[in-house]
Ligand binder design. Structure first.
Ligand SMILES: NC(=O)c1ccc[n+]([C@@H]2O[C@H](COP(=O)([O-])OP(=O)(O)OC[C@H]3O[C@@H](n4cnc5c(N)ncnc54)[C@H](OP(=O)(O)O)[C@@H]3O)[C@@H](O)[C@H]2O)c1
Length: 257
């Protein structure tokens, strides 16, 4: 049995990772801010799949929360074999509409926590000669629009760079780039989703299955689903200035209201 630590495990994509990894017989360390919800999730996964599920309450927008999870990742007696840096959120509004405090909180959760937790995890993994890290980014990483996309672009670049640096260590790193997924994300951010066409929505369980298959194949960037692979191909050939205009219009239609 191996152990996986998932940040943001209680909802959406993180919960789908927890379900899938528990089904496959992995022990879990579940991380989020809501202790009651974490405990209920741990009990359910233990009862249903017979795995051990530990709970760590931590707010990854704080130094203390990051340190708490980092300490668990550095615990050599109970090694973590797979880290899923998944916790994240969106801010409603365009640049200057969102407070600087909220922008910085996003960078703390999306970038600083991912940097520090990846570092805490891979040190031991490198010593053991095996392990994996999945950093959940977004398709938004590929389009020049918004601070959310900028933070996720950092996640993709960071992950690819570290994967290269640790290339011969036995540790795998992969950035996961989902499109729209039905989770609590948009509701939590107060974003309307009525205008997003049905074909653009992905199922979290299918997304996770494709992501884990990509990790097993040794990919460093995973874009699950043919629809979004095609969009990623288009994005590569459209000039960035033009792309910014298109995605800005799309953003007005699909983005925060
Ligand atoms: N849904 C999409 O369309 C979509 C698309 C592309 C990428 N993503 C990315 O996928 C990841 C997961 O999003 P999701 O859609 O599954 O969102 P979600 O359903 O809203 O779940 C977010 C999870 O993160 C936890 N969380 C939020 N802030 C946290 C903090 N400061 N510290 C610790 N845990 C925190 C939440 O639990 P607590 O509230 O209890 O802390 C919850 O478990 C995010 O990184 C997001 O940017 C989502």
């Amino acid at each position: 049995m191996t152990t996986a630590l998932i940040t943001g495990s209680t909802a959406g994509i993180g919960a789908a990772f927890a379900r899938r990894l528990a089904t496959d017989g992995h022990n879990l360390v579940l991380v989020a801010r809501d202790t009651k919800r974490l405990r209920e999730q741990a009990t359910e996964l233990h009862d249903r799949h017979g795995i051990e599920a530990e709970v760590v309450t931590a707010d990854l927008s704080t130094d203390q929360g990051i340190e708490t999870v980092g300490d668990r990742l550095r615990d050599r007696r109970n090694p973590v074999d797979l880290l899923i840096n998944n916790a994240g959120f969106g801010n409603k509004g365009r640049f200057l509409d969102v407070s600087m405090a909220d922008e910085l909180t996003m960078l703390k959760v999306h970038c600083e926590a991912v940097l520090r937790l990846t570092s805490a995890a891979v040190e031991g993994m490198r010593e053991r000669g095996r392990g994996g890290v999945v950093n959940v980014a977004s398709m938004a990483a590929f389009v020049p629009r918004g601070t959310y996309g900028a933070s996720k672009a950092w996640v993709v670049q960071f992950t690819q760079g570290v994967a290269r640096d640790l290339g011969d260590s036995g540790v795998r790193l992969m950035a996961l780039c989902p499109g729209f997924v039905r989770t609590e994300f948009h509701e939590r951010a107060g974003m309307g989703t009525d205008n997003i066409p049905g074909w653009m929505w992905l199922d979290a369980d299918k997304l996770v299955a494709a992501a884990l298959a990509d990790l097993a194949r040794g990919k460093t960037v995973s874009i699950p689903d043919a629809r979004y692979k095609t969009l990623a191909g288009v994005v590569k050939v459209v000039p960035r200035g033009l792309l910014g205009g298109i995605t800005s219009k799309t953003g007005r239609k699909y983005g925060p209201r």
